[in-house]
Design a protein around this ligand. Structure first.
Ligand code: SAH
Ligand code: SF4
Length: 415
């Protein structure tokens, strides 16, 4: 899509089909599945019913084999298998941290690599999902920012991360589909009844906080999240999904209106000087514009507070004055916000250091005292480079001059 004032620094190209000539159904809307079934020769009515059945098997049960779709006629299953696939990203590497965090290096059909991370907690399990291979932007404290944008991920590749995580966590419902498939026009020898329950999920939350800037890949992210939220599929509530942006102001209202998930904003600094340096997108969309967009974010109110992410960088953005200014700004713009303090996670070649634990605590306390919640996020998965801002698909170590050149290129591309 055309992004106001934005030029993609790199052509993204087309992605070859994973299944050779077969069409991968992952990431298509229900209507689009109906559409490809019609193109393959089904009449509209049959296509609609089949699309509904296939959708349910794909997203409710995690089935990837048409032979397992027991309410579809036995004779029709090979017909589907010949024409379609239900794909998954390829797992190149899977790692488990000493704290239980899991990271997967994934490969797309064209060989491009991206990462996803699962963070288990006592009361929830959060999947951190990538939206791009590399990133358009170059926040100076972020490892992903040292990569060029290779390409946007397609909706199927984004929702595919959620599907794969559920495969790997072994949490697709067992049993048959109680109450589903009992369509009066369906005479295909349905297996019905069963013991499926949706309780006890492991993967309960999704954060669009992996590689990439989701609002520079709006349409595909929206398509993927619509599927994730669909009541007859993965059925995750929008309250359990958070999209994080570095501040792509022109896309924020649309994100609220058309996707409607929780918003997190990577603020990280309270003055133009510091934010220009560490989040260079600030030179295009400044703090004032960004906070106005937050105030206007559809649905932003007490019940749906915006989260401001704030990375704690030693002697850069972590003074008491910074904390006070942050509180002042939140009040000035009338924001119902909470602040998430993220201790800086190091990576090879990074120019910053993490603030001391005492400084982080003092910063947090100052904000809490003003009545605004400012918890410190416990770093997770640092030992496997899975923590915030550590993701990067190629384990190369570019020189400082190369990093500066990439930063310069990205800045020029942004205009
Ligand atoms: N591109 C989006 C989402 C991905 S990053 C964004 O920038 O918001 C998720 C969060 O981790 C962001 O707030 C990001 O600024 C932060 N982050 C990046 N690098 C980090 C690092 N090295 N240490 C701690 N947090 C980091
Ligand atoms: Fe991109 Fe987000 Fe990293 Fe900035 S912090 S470089 S927007 S992934």
């Amino acid at each position: 899509m055309q992004i106001p004032g934005h030029i993609d620094p790199v052509t993204t190209g087309t992605v070859p089909l994973r299944g050779g000539n077969r069409i991968d159904l992952i990431g298509l809307t229900r209507d689009a599945i109906g559409g490809v079934l019609v193109e393959a020769g089904l009449d509209t009515k049959a296509a609609k019913l089949r699309a509904k059945q296939i959708w349910h098997w794909m997203y409710h049960r995690g089935v990837t084999d048409f032979e397992a779709m027991t309410d579809i006629a036995k004779t029709m299953r090979p017909w589907l298998t010949d024409r379609f696939i239900i794909g998954r990203p390829t797992v190149r590497e899977a790692q488990v941290s000493s704290d239980g965090t899991r990271k997967w290096l994934l490969a797309a059909a064209d060989g491009q690599e991206y990462e996803m991370v699962f963070i288990p907690d006592a009361d929830r399990g959060t999947l951190c999902v990538s939206s791009q291979v590399g990133c358009t932007l170059n926040c100076r404290f972020c490892h992903t920012g040292t990569m060029r944008l290779v390409r946007n991920l397609a909706a199927g590749e984004i929702v595919g991360q959620v599907m794969l995580a559920r495969d790997e966590l072994g949490e697709w419902p067992k049993g048959t589909m109680a109450g589903f498939g009992a369509d009066p026009e369906d005479d295909d020898g349905v297996e019905e009844g069963g013991n499926y329950t949706a309780d006890g999920r492991i993967l309960t939350n999704i954060v669009m906080m992996g590689m990439g800037e989701p609002l520079y890949n709006f349409d595909e992210v929206k398509g993927a999240l619509k599927i994730v939220m669909d009541g007859d599929g993965l059925a995750l509530s929008r309250r359990r999904i958070t999209l994080s942006t570095s501040g792509v102001v022109p896309m924020m209202a649309r994100a609220g209106e058309e996707i409607g998930v929780n918003l997190a904003v990577s603020l990280h600094a309270v003055s133009k000087e510091v934010r220009d340096e560490i989040v260079p997108l600030n030179r295009k969309y400044g703090i004032d514009e960004l906070l106005k967009a937050c105030a206007d974010y559809p649905g932003a109110g007490n019940s749906r507070r915006i989260t401001f992410e704030y990375v704690m960088l030693k002697d850069k953005n972590d003074s008491d004055d910074d904390a006070r200014e942050l509180v002042r700004l939140i009040r000035e713009y009338g924001l119902h916000a909470k602040v998430n303090l993220i201790p800086f996670n190091p990576w090879p070649g990074a120019m910053y250091e993490c603030s001391t634990p005492e400084r982080v605590r003092a910063f947090s306390n100052l904000i809490f005292k003003s009545g605004i919640s400012a918890p410190v996020r416990t770093p997770r998965g640092r030992d496997i480079m899975a923590a915030c801002g550590q993701l990067k698909s190629a384990a190369t170590k570019p020189t400082r001059a190369e990093l500066d050149r990439i930063a310069e290129e990205k800045q020029v591309a942004l205009g």
